[in-house]
Design a protein around this ligand. Structure first.
Ligand SMILES: [Zn+2]
Length: 414
């Protein structure tokens, strides 16, 4: 460690030497200003820059526009240190540790792994700035996708491509829930729903006919946003993953209405499947009301109804629910809600038919995604997010999970 420190120190000294820009030549003392006039060279100005080898100093020409009084450091733009005192290498580290764990943990990792002293706030600000930049680039791409302006994705045909959607609550600061109603009646909301989507492919199935997910084929998108905005985001991801050359398209989700609205809008030719795990979750919700505090009866009831569900006998399930007699209005209401749920989604629950086609009927991928991509970073106790901050970190995390982080820095350099 001592030798690493010494080498860093020597490196930072050498780097500072390299970062001493000369006074510009006589014919380079005037550069264009965005306002249309010319900015004139003023002087060399120094600023500290924290780099991968520690603190160094850059000294570079400063230009000022006499017309609009806007100052410029062209060297900062070239070095990608405009309006920041962290080098791109350090910002890449800060973004990586900041998306992975709480910001103060990131600060400690920077010290241990890179021997760099930064503040917790610097980890937060930098990670969020990089995440926001990734999100802004995606926004541009989404706009292009909506104008059908994307390049055709060439490549091998994709046998089966799945698009999955789900939502999960993220705890937010008070101002982000003003005027919103919480899950419990009469209580304010403490969370905002983050929507998560994932895309994966399937080429084959096992000896018993069960589908096999292509290894490492899952990519994610996620944000706190409207269903409309999210639908477009997911459409872009599916497009990038080869939607246009897919032979069999599948959209999977729980019964939420927004999911099927977006599916109809952006993926109209896809087979729609209600995730079997979500569907059986509804059986459990109902039975808890029917047989409260009676685990044995609950298990027996769910076993019978789970069989019907997996057999795709949804009409039988629904008429069974509707024939349950109760004088309890709360239970009657729950029965009505769940009967409606299964009735409305019946066509998306033809599980034997889907199994014959060797399709997944329930995957757990999106639930796992909600935990790993969102929950483990954004739902730790004591965390309260702004929508802006959470969206930046989600953009960053999806970028990391999808293996696109280095591509992002490549695109920045370009
Ligand atoms: Zn100007």
């Amino acid at each position: 460690m001592a030798i690493r420190s010494a080498l860093h120190h020597a490196g930072a000294t050498a780097l500072s030497e390299l970062l001493q820009f000369p006074v510009p030549a006589a014919d380079e003392r005037s550069i264009p200003c965005p306002c249309g006039h010319q900015a004139g060279y003023q002087e060399l100005r120094a600023k500290p820059v924290l780099t991968a080898v520690g603190g160094s100093t850059v000294s570079r020409p400063y230009y000022l526009c006499a017309h609009c009084h806007r100052g410029q450091f062209p060297a900062d733009v070239e070095l990608d240190i405009d309006h920041t005192e962290f080098s791109p290498g350090v910002r890449r580290m800060l973004a990586t540790v900041g998306q992975d764990a709480p910001f103060d943990h990131g600060r400690q990792q920077m010290k241990l792994l890179a021997d760099l002293e930064v503040t917790t706030k610097a980890v937060e600000r930098t990670a969020e700035a990089i995440g926001a930049d990734i999100a802004a680039r995606q926004h541009n791409e989404i706009q292009r996708a909506m104008q059908l302006d994307l390049p055709m994705m060439v490549g091998e045909p994709v046998p089966i491509l799945y698009v999955l959607m789900d939502g999960t609550g993220i705890p937010v600061v008070k101002k982000e829930t003003e005027g919103r109603i919480g899950k419990k009646e009469g209580e304010p909301a403490h969370t905002r729903e983050a929507k998560l989507g994932c895309v994966f492919t399937q080429t084959t199935w096992d000896g018993e006919g069960y589908p096999l997910r292509d290894p490492d084929s899952t990519t994610y998108v996620g944000a706190i946003e409207t269903a409309e905005a999210f639908g477009k985001r997911l459409y872009l991801e599916a497009w990038k993953r080869g939607w246009s050359r897919t032979q069999k398209k599948v959209v999977m989700g729980d019964g939420s209405e927004w999911i099927w609205n977006q599916a109809a809008l952006h993926f109209p030719t896809a087979t729609q499947i209600v995730d079997l795990y979500h569907a059986s979750g509804h059986l459990w919700e109902l039975v808890r009301k029917l047989h409260p505090n009676d685990a044995a009866s609950q298990n027996r009831w769910v076993m019978i109804h789970q069989d019907r569900l997996e057999a795709g006998k949804i009409e039988e399930l629904v008429s069974g629910f509707r024939s349950i007699e109760t004088s309890n209005t709360e239970v009657a209401e729950k029965i009505r809600i769940e009967a409606d749920y299964f009735e409305k989604n019946a066509a998306r629950m033809r599980y034997p038919e889907f199994r014959r086609q060797h399709l997944f009927v329930g995957t757990g991928v999106i639930e796992a995604g909600c935990k790993t991509v969102i929950g483990s970073r954004c739902k730790q106790s004591g965390m309260f997010w702004t929508v802006c901050g959470a969206n930046a970190i989600l953009a960053l995390r999806c970028c990391q999970f999808n293996g696109e982080f280095e591509d992002y820095w490549e695109a920045r350099r370009a």
